[in-house]
Design a protein around this ligand. Structure first.
Ligand SMILES: Nc1ncnc2[nH]cnc12
Ligand SMILES: [Zn+2]
Length: 341
């Protein structure tokens, strides 16, 4: 086997975590049509093929427009369960051992789908995955940044009865024009409740937004962070605080954040000692789950064995698992890589 194939085989076999995943972005067209039919909801496209043909994005907003349309067929607890279970089943088959999942409550509340319906379906699937496969998880409630801070506060109020099921909060949707500082007070309130905090920053937005996420919001990690590389002081700050970056290679390619996978900045992030991880973001829309993201990096950026190990290790240590849980997976990872040294 040549090196590329060996590394791809290893990336498939190694225990992986997924730290940046929008559950609504795992909605495969076939399942979307099936649930649409079950719920008697009309979709804008008349076939799976026509829908897939529309997955041509030039930027984040192009994608978000389709993403919100797609999720509009989710109405009942069973729909959220089925969506989540399909994703967990898929990544379990890829040796993903731990997931930290975003959901976008406001994307459903706007259609009168209650917070209870959403979270009960998602949480039950997470529990079933734990019971069936020992897969562990964290649930992250994400605020839509194109909406107001007041709307985020209303969402937080709805989440209060379920705080024992929610591990952290995030910030997603249209980045440009919606800086993290817009949500300063709501994130403070979330922290006071003991929630972890993360935010999408530097996907399309400037380094200034990453600064705000770190300095003003005090995030525990950064989702994407690509554009942080434009600012040397910011790079130093991320290094010094050992902040994890949840990088999403295929997403970056599909949304034109990078022009070519061979130029993906993840190798530079690693060279700078930044704690980069590999994640799939919205795999049903971007052409691949965890293994595809690793395979694409291996094929196009030429990452080597040591870099592959570092990425997998970062995924474990950058997660919100306990140290004890992390060390179980680190031991498995080490044992696997030892065979290749
Ligand atoms: N990549 C992404 N960036 C911002 N918001 C999102 N919501 C779902 N995927 C997203
Ligand atoms: Zn994302």
């Amino acid at each position: 086997m040549d090196t590329t194939n060996t590394l791809i085989a290893l990336s498939k076999a190694m225990p992986k975590t997924e730290l940046h995943l929008h559950i609504e972005g795992t909605f495969e067209p076939e399942q979307m049509f099936a649930i649409a039919q079950r719920n008697q909801v009309a979709l804008k496209y008349d076939s799976v093929e026509a829908l897939i043909a529309a997955y041509q994005f030039t930027n984040l907003q192009d994608f978000l427009d389709l993403y919100y349309q797609g999720m509009s067929v989710l109405l009942h607890e069973e729909d959220f369960y089925d969506l989540t279970m399909a994703y967990l089943t898929k990544v379990h088959s890829e040796n993903v051992v731990h997931v930290e999942i975003f959901f976008d409550p406001q994307g459903h509340l706007s259609r009168d789908v209650s917070f209870d319906v959403q979270i009960k379906g998602i949480y039950r699937a997470l529990q079933d995955a734990k019971q069936q496969w020992g897969m562990t998880s964290k649930l992250i409630m994400s605020f839509l940044r194109h909406l107001s801070e007041e709307s985020a506060f209303e969402t937080l109020a709805l989440a209060k009865p379920y705080l024992k099921w929610i591990d952290g909060v995030g910030l997603d949707s249209s980045e440009l024009g919606h800086p993290p500082e817009k949500f300063l007070r709501v994130f403070q309130a979330c922290k006071a409740l003991g929630l972890k905090v993360t935010a999408h920053a530097g996907e399309e937005g400037p380094p200034e937004y990453v600064w705000q996420a770190i300095e003003d919001i005090g995030v525990d990690r950064i989702d994407h962070g690509n554009r942080a590389l434009e600012d040397n002081n910011l790079i130093c700050t991320i290094q010094q605080r050992n902040l994890t970056l949840t990088v999403c290679p295929l997403s970056n390619l599909k949304l034109c954040v990078v022009d070519d996978m061979k130029d993906h900045p993840i190798t530079r992030m690693l060279a700078l000692g930044l704690k980069a991880t590999v994640n799939s973001d919205d795999p049903a829309y971007f052409g691949g789950y965890m293994n595809d993201n690793y395979a694409s990096l291996i094929q196009h950026t030429g990452i080597n064995l040591a870099q592959l190990y570092q990425l997998a290790k970062n995924g474990i240590t950058g997660s919100w698992m306990t140290r004890a849980q992390q060390s179980v997976h680190l031991n498995t990872l080490d044992a696997l890589f030892k065979q290749y040294k």
